[in-house]
Design a protein around this ligand. Structure first.
Ligand SMILES: [Fe+2]
Length: 297
């Protein structure tokens, strides 16, 4: 469902319309249109039962994502996302200098320290993106976890869209749109210090790419600042922006409550602005991995 065997004709090749049609039909037939279809209740995410693990990975196979609700809300323990990831096939964390030593970032509103100038560490909205879109190819982020220790007083919701659905909506509109977005210089991030604090050289890359296992990967940000799009990609970028802004039957809105989390193959997501207050301070752990999630047993 989430791709094809590397020995089969790739559904993501424009020269394989029959493979695309067959994959598309299966994908849309299984694609969730409600958040409830993605939700798995678990006891302790640090030690899943076999049934809980399979329930999560079955949803990931359908939708490239799952939401879990566990019983340790309020517990500020980075071992929760770390051990959860390991049970799902995620081991190699992408480390950058704002992450703690262990590679897991504590996202909370930072005041008066070096984190405060970077959007993830503020209460502001974050536009649609996939994580690590500015990373070099050897640090491609394929898997991602968000674990909510405490939610905001209000706001801080995420919209989610499986990037394979975005691919389908674009290709159905015009295959030319996905062709230009697969060009190796479709999107360039100029050299700069990025909003999450990392100093980076310029990075050019495709929006859509296919890995050596045949899985579709997407690299994207809706930010307008400090992004250079290839001229030829303008119509495709506009179409994608419209799809994300208008919403689709497969665009899901999630609010992670205490003890809940998102597990995904780096799907498209955004974040609404939020407000802390009283004794509530939003705290989420974020873990980014070089691997994709595993398959159910
Ligand atoms: Fe993100």
């Amino acid at each position: 469902m989430s791709g094809a065997s590397k020995d089969m004709p790739s559904p993501f090749s424009l020269e394989q319309p029959a493979a695309y049609a067959a994959w598309r039909e299966g994908k849309l037939a299984a694609a969730p249109t409600t958040l409830a279809e993605l939700l798995v209740e678990v006891n302790d995410p640090r030690s899943l039962s076999g049934a809980e693990r399979n329930a999560i990975l079955e949803r990931v196979q359908r939708a490239n994502m799952a939401i879990y609700a566990g019983n340790n809300g309020g517990e500020a323990d980075p071992e929760i996302p770390r051990r959860l990831g390991e049970q799902l096939g995620l081991f190699n964390l992408d480390k950058h200098y704002l992450a703690d030593d262990d590679g897991i970032s504590a996202l909370t509103v930072a005041e008066g320290n070096t984190h405060a100038e970077f959007i993830p560490y503020t209460d502001r909205a974050i536009k649609w993106h996939t994580d690590g879109y500015y990373n070099p190819p050897e640090r491609t982020v394929r898997g991602m976890l968000l674990h909510c220790v405490d939610p905001a007083l209000s706001g801080g919701d995420n919209q989610l869209l499986d990037h394979e659905i975005a691919y389908i909506l674009l290709r159905d509109r015009d295959p030319e749109l996905v062709r230009v977005l697969a060009m190796p210089d479709a999107m360039t991030i100029p050299a700069r210090r990025e909003t999450d604090g990392e100093a980076r050289p310029a990075q050019s890359g495709p929006v859509f790419s296919v890995d050596d296992q045949g899985h579709l990967h997407m690299r994207y940000t809706a930010r307008r600042i400090s992004i250079q799009w290839k001229d030829e990609a303008a119509a495709a970028v506009a179409a994608l922006e419209e799809i994300l802004a208008t919403g689709t039957p497969w665009t899901l809105r999630s609010r992670l409550e205490a003890g809940m989390g998102l597990i995904c193959n780096n799907v498209l997501h955004d974040r609404s602005a939020f407000r802390d207050g009283g004794n509530r301070q939003r705290l989420l752990y974020r873990a980014r991995y070089y691997e994709r999630l595993g398959a159910p047993a």
